[in-house]
Design a protein around this ligand. Structure first.
Ligand SMILES: Cc1cc2nc3c(=O)[nH]c(=O)nc-3n(C[C@H](O)[C@H](O)[C@H](O)COP(=O)(O)OP(=O)(O)OC[C@H]3O[C@@H](n4cnc5c(N)ncnc54)[C@H](O)[C@@H]3O)c2cc1C
Length: 525
């Protein structure tokens, strides 16, 4: 399957272009700016404030969820300000392809049979070991058709295709125009926010929340182009995209980040860091990730041009299947075809608790499954030569293979022998891997690759309730603080499933709308 339609190169150049564009403030300013130099003090360090702004609602981040939130707030006549650290809107949503809904007008037009919320929820809950809050899924599913209609009303454009995104269980994936949020959602919603008079301050980065004496959030400090800004707000909504671009937080989530490539660079973990600094519960243990195994020796997968490359693509060497996986002690630890059972990004969860994970294969496996074209062979040869044994190594001797990566050679050889017995018996005696993928590792030269990861995005880290209110360590909402989008998504509880396609972005729209409405009620209460 293909999980994203964005090459790392195009993603990075998009981000660079964004930062080169400069300020693009929208017209129709709702809040009153009060330029006044003052010195304020909070929490950690004294601030030299060059500007103070008052608003009712402050939305931090103008990506997928921030756009939905800003438009909903404006439609409800809520006095609001948006700050965005980049020079333009979109964030990681620029790489998104489509969104979830059931029983939408588009599905009906396409003749797709009714899908009950219970079908979706049961599929999610079983895969997630019944850990998420099912009540949130009920509300999310039941709002999804209306969210599509609402997006259409705001001018969002889809390409008319609703499908199961290659491998999903149900036809819930509504593709944006030209298969990209950057064509069908971000420009349209940015324009809509502008029409509705939302003020956006670009190149402005939130960095510290402020609490009042009662413990309610009453604003934050941000860095603008001229220096520190104090923004007084009755409620703050964090739409900051999660922590997919922050290796330090990813490491705390339990991943080995050596050689990891982070693709969702706009999600720098600012929302998580700011919220936990004012008492939000650290829920990283339940955060989920979209992450795909790779081997550092190979080029990063070009998901736009060549997603299924047999060497470094989905279904390539690192992503499981006919190879053997071993951990740091040289032991096999999971069936390697978990990628057939779950999306590759979810399957790699099995490697999370290893100190190191390795792919092992022989010449026969390589020839049969990977080195199948001259281009693939050239990529492999070039990779193994330039890598010089750092992450990819070949030898005619299994013991040498193990010693190269500091594994006990006897234990490793025993593990290979045990695996080969399963292969020859046509039955995996340990993990019930699909017999058609049980290929013995017996024909030299042998190969071993040390696995790393490409990290696309994370959801969660903060705990929110169904009103998107951020909880403190006593599981009580912090008054005035909301999190939406990836930052406020507890739908998955450790595994990003993708078995029901598009639910992440479906949530960006839904949570943005819900939080805008809930914050308005709070502000007016
Ligand atoms: C490449 C890619 C493809 C994806 N494709 C899909 C898909 O097809 N379908 C799907 O359902 N999901 C998909 N996802 C998952 C998810 O829907 C996206 O990550 C989505 O963009 C998340 O929306 P968001 O609003 O949470 O974050 P973003 O869209 O990233 O927006 C966050 C915004 O906050 C800003 N920001 C961050 N920190 C600060 C700060 N301190 N101050 C001010 N601004 C700040 C950022 O600059 C950014 O603009 C994809 C993710 C990636 C990375």
């Amino acid at each position: 399957m293909r999980s994203i339609n964005l090459s790392r190169r195009s993603f990075l150049s998009g981000a660079a272009a964004a930062s080169a564009l400069g300020v693009m403030a929208l017209s129709g300013c709702a809040p009153q700016a009060e330029p006044a130099k003052e010195v304020a003090e909070t929490g950690t360090a004294p601030k030299e404030v060059v500007e103070t702004i008052d608003t009712d609602l402050l939305i931090v981040g103008l990506g997928g969820s921030g756009l939905a939130c800003a438009v909903q707030a404006a439609l409800d006549d809520t006095n609001c300000l948006v700050i965005e650290k980049n020079a333009e809107s979109g964030g990681n949503a620029l790489g998104v392809e489509g969104m979830f809904a059931i029983n939408s007008s588009m599905q009906k037009a396409a003749g797709i049979e009714e899908i009950t919320p219970a079908e979706v929820i049961a599929a999610q809950m079983e895969m997630l070991q019944y850990r998420p809050n099912g009540a949130e899924w009920v509300e999310f599913c039941e709002s999804s058709a209306a969210n599509i209609d609402w997006c259409l009303e705001q001018g969002v454009e889809y390409n008319g295709t609703v499908d199961n995104y290659y491998t999903g269980l149900l036809h819930t994936f509504h593709w944006f125009k030209e298969g990209s949020c950057s064509k069908g959602y971000v420009p349209q919603m940015t324009k809509r926010a502008e029409e509705l008079g939302v003020e956006v301050r670009y190149n402005t980065t939130a960095n510290e929340l402020i609490l009042d004496d009662s413990g309610a959030v009453c604003g934050l400090y941000a860095i603008g182009q001229d220096g520190e800004i104090l923004i007084n707000a009755k409620a703050v909504i964090l739409a900051t995209g999660g922590f997919c671009g922050n290796p330090d937080i990813i490491k705390r989530q339990g991943w080995n980040t050596d050689d990891m490539v982070c693709l969702g660079l706009n999600g720098t973990g600012d929302g998580f860091n700011m919220a936990t600094a004012v008492g939000a519960i650290d829920d990283l243990a339940n955060a989920s990730q979209s992450i795909c195994p790779t081997i550092p020796a190979f080029p990063v997968t070009d998901y736009k041009a060549d997603p299924y490359n047999p060497i470094n693509g989905l279904g390539g060497i690192a992503t499981g299947g006919p190879i053997m996986w071993v951990n740091e002690t040289g032991d096999r630890f999971v069936r390697e075809d978990t990628t057939s059972v779950m999306a590759p990004s979810s399957a790699s969860i099995a490697t999370k608790r290893n100190a190191a994970t390795y792919c092992v294969f022989d010449q026969n496996i390589y020839d049969t499954f990977f080195g199948t074209t001259p281009e693939a062979q050239a990529m492999f040869e070039e990779s193994i030569t330039s890598d010089n044994g750092y992450s990819l190594y070949s030898s005619n001797d299994l013991a040498d293979l193990a010693q190269h990566f500091d594994m006990d050679p006897e234990n490793f050889k025993n593990a290979v022998a045990r695996y080969n017995e399963s292969c020859k018996a046509g039955a995996d005696k340990d993990f019930l891997k699909d017999p058609s993928l049980l290929i013995p590792v017996e024909q030299p030269p042998f190969y071993i690759g040390r696995m790393s990861y490409v990290f696309y995005f994370a959801t969660g880290g903060l705990k929110v309730d169904k009103f998107q209110r951020v909880w403190d360590i006593d599981k009580q909402p912090i008054p005035g603080l909301y999190a939406i989008g990836n930052e406020g998504n507890n739908h998955y509880a450790s595994v990003y499933t993708i078995n029901i396609p598009g639910t992440a972005f479906g949530h960006q729209v839904n949570s943005g709308r819900v939080a805008a409405q809930q914050a308005a009620k709070y502000i007016n209460s």
